[in-house]
Design a protein around this ligand. Sequence first.
Ligand code: NAD
Length: 288
Amino acid sequence: MTERIDGHTILIGLMAYPIRHSMSPMMHNNAFAKLGLNYAYLAFDITDDKLKAAVNAIRTLDMRGANISMPNKQKIIPYLDKLSPAAKLCGAVNTVVNDEGVLTGYTTDGTGFMRALADEGLNIQGKKMTLTGAGGAGTAIAIQAALDGTAEISLFNLHDTTWESAKRNVRIINQETNCQATLHGLEDKEDFKREIASSAIYCDSTGVGMKPLENLSLVEDPSWFHQDMIVFDTVYAPRTTKLMKVARQAGVKHVFNGLGMMLEQGAEAFKLWTGKEMPVAYIRDLLF
Ligand code: NAD
């Protein structure tokens, strides 16, 4: 690291709270070193009261940009100059790029999901997706999939605090994209089963399957799945979730955890800052 830092090193930040546990600094700094790029990526504890000043610091310090995580993903929007189409539709930002003082907000979680599928030679353009969850991850996935040409999305959610977000996502997708989205209550299991049966992909973005809901799955019966479909869990700890076990029992060919999505959302941000592709396979082998 000391060999790499000099008077020309360009800074990229991670602004969130709590954030000290994040793998992102390791991921980006190792990728910069591997490619010989003169950048450094540092994490900063940023809460609401410091957010405006932190965003101004991106301009003042001529930083190339930042990653943004909770609790700042929505709150940062008024402080930025521009938003990407996906960030605008999601109403959330996880990456900021500074182009000579003009700050643009992007959201790369949805792109990370689509890139993770592409890495496996899979494409859901023109196909139907059943998706559970409408929080941060589910919103990014639904909006990006719709923007990228997914034909239909059946969104299932509990009638909890994110139900309004689920309603908003479906409304926006139908208004702003060519994808046809429908909203369903997760309580109706027959409906859930029927929609999965007619889908090319089932994606779970609820976090069921990770602590404290480890060893649980929203689908427990392998007969709900068909072999030719994709089953994608956004959870990456544990690496094999209950949902993935159920899908494998059903003989589903394409079963994934969220590690590829996590790496690829970072790779998308890396590309926005540096113009270069992150060496994803190298980072995966090194850190995960
Ligand atoms: P969130 O809290 O914003 O949203 C959670 C969603 O799950 C809501 O729609 C909620 O209704 C639903 N939900 C919660 N508990 C449920 C239950 N018991 N049954 C059914 N639905 C339930 O969370 P988030 O930020 O969207 O994260 C969700 C998951 O996605 C987490 O596991 C997180 O680790 C994962 N994630 C992965 C990546 C990645 O890159 N792989 C990125 C972001 C999030």
